[in-house]
Design a protein around this ligand. Structure first.
Ligand code: NAI
Length: 466
């Protein structure tokens, strides 16, 4: 068995692990990153990036349907699924190749294999060429998450996870989606736009639980327009093969109903990948869901062992993992003042229209006993949104009535996943609604909607008549 020594070993090369590895190398550490699959993790290979590429294809189909409004006569586009998948794979390859290049330039060693912890300083990696022992002063766990199943619904040819849904060989004529959360709604709307008949069952009383109901209403309305059938307070109970497709039994408002579809897409959440990693050998015990507890420096209770990304509590988001990766790298290299703060983690959901928010909701602020003032502005009154043929949506600003500070911003509408960055900066910097309102925003831009919503907090919105 060969032996390697390094300063830090990072397990997992997703957005939490690879970002941490690069930052450590920037600080002058010798780093080995162990990854059994391609570099980039779920995000780049089978998550954020490929889904957004496929979602762009859905938007293209939507635009074509509205082409007549702009004077174009076009026929129904024919989709060659293999070409769409190949285009999407090309994007993935470019990005994952980019990480490989960055690793090389920074002299980070990628050890391709699966790791099991042997002790606080030792990891055993099974590679294609045999076992390798890696010894390091610090260990960063960034092993990510995987799709979770529910009883009776194991993944297979007819029960897809998001991974299969991003690698279709043909467009399914119909799809039954279990779980109307982020993945279910993003991919469900994409498939509906491409032409699949989509049915969604969601356990809770609204799709996208956790998002402000005022925003969700806009997406639910659009989904319905695109033919997506949504059943809330509904739970899938069982399924069987039926012809070449599936038959699903679901309980909706207490009554059993039967649905036929070509396949099932199961999107009922993801679970952290901590099982089998050997964390118990270094005195750690994941909670009953598999998460590891970390402190503000992302250090576990075992000194020199850090955990970042989906295996820690909080939202399973690539940007949260990357931010934690930077914190852990800073802590390992004794850079002062680094701490993980979950107050300003934007949520970005690529439904049609998109949803994004950051900071507190109105309800959360009230729960904390804060008296709030709210400002709103609709994309329907924004010139740029009209010129983009995309006016569904609104921006809602939640402020502290006592000092006008921005507590939260909630958006639904065109490109809000980009626009939310300004709101995150406002909260992070402790700005007031007046600060944002006084900032000159380019015209005509979608960003004016946030400025107008901040004006509305003070009842001074120029482009809305109350
Ligand atoms: P999720 O937690 O967002 O949604 C799962 C949904 O399934 C929930 O609404 C839940 O109520 C429902 N559900 C559970 N059991 C059910 C049953 N038996 N019948 C009907 N409904 C049931 O999980 P999802 O969508 O699988 O996503 C996993 C993770 O990936 C999330 O943490 C999400 O934030 C993250 N993600 C983020 C993206 C983004 O930021 N744009 C994109 C994709 C995923």
């Amino acid at each position: 068995m060969s032996k390697l020594q390094t300063d830090v070993v990072v397990l997992g090369a997703g957005p939490a692990g690879y970002v941490c590895a690069i930052r450590l190398a920037q600080y002058g550490k010798k780093v080995i990153c162990v990854e059994e699959d391609n570099l980039g993790g779920t995000c780049l290979n089978v998550g954020c990036i490929p889904s957004k590429a496929m979602i762009s294809a859905g938007h293209f189909m939507q635009s074509v349907q509205h082409a007549a409004d702009m004077g174009f006569t076009v026929g129904k586009p024919l989709l060659d699924m293999s070409k769409l998948v190949a285009w999407k794979d090309g994007i993935v390859k470019r990005l994952t190749g980019g990480i490989g290049m960055l690793f090389k330039k920074r002299k980070i060693e990628w050890l391709k294999g699966s790791a099991v912890i042997q002790g606080a300083n030792t990891v055993e990696v099974t590679t294609a060429d045999g076992k390798v022992t890696v010894e390091a002063r610090d260990l960063v766990l960034a092993t990510g998450s995987e799709p979770a199943t529910i009883p009776g619904f194991d993944f297979g040819d007819l029960v897809w996870s998001s991974t299969e849904a991003l690698q279709p060989t043909a467009l399914p004529a119909s799809m039954f989606i279990i779980g109307g959360g982020v993945i279910g709604m993003e991919l469900g709307m994409m498939y509906a736009q491409l032409g699949t008949e989509v049915t969604v069952v969601e356990f809770m009383d609204q799709i996208l639980p956790g998002a402000d109901p005022e925003l969700v209403k806009v997406v639910a309305r659009k989904a319905k327009k695109q033919g997506v059938k949504i059943h809330t307070k509904a739970a899938a109970k069982s399924w069987k093969k039926h012809g070449s497709g599936v038959q699903v039994q679901a309980e909706i408002n207490g009554k059993l109903q039967t649905f036929d579809a070509e396949c099932i897409l199961l999107t009922t959440g993801r679970k952290p990948r901590t099982a089998g990693l050997g964390v118990e050998k270094i005195g750690l015990k994941p909670d009953k869901h598999g998460f590891l507890e970390v402190d503000a420096q992302c250090q576990t209770r075992t000194p020199h062992v850090y955990a970042v990304g989906d295996i820690t509590h909080g939202p399973m988001l690539a940007h949260k993992g990357s931010a934690q990766g930077l914190v852990a790298a800073g802590a390992i290299c004794a850079k002062g003042g680094v701490a993980w703060d979950h107050k300003v983690v934007p949520a970005v959901i690529y439904t049609d229209p998109e949803i994004a928010w950051v900071g507190l909701s109105e309800a959360e602020a009230k729960d904390k006993g804060i008296e709030t003032k709210i400002g709103r502005f609709n994309f329907g009154a924004n010139g740029r949104a009209m010129s983009l043929h995309s006016t569904d949506g609104l921006v809602k600003v939640v402020t502290n009535a006592a000092d006008d500070s921005v507590l939260g911003v909630h958006m639904v509408g065109p490109n809000v996943t980009d626009l939310i960055a300004e709101a995150a900066l406002a909260i992070e910097s402790g700005l007031t609604a007046e600060d944002v309102a006084l900032t000159i925003h380019g015209h005509p831009t979608l960003s004016e909607v946030l400025m107008e919503a901040c004006e509305d907090v003070h009842g001074m919105c120029v482009h809305a008549a109350k």
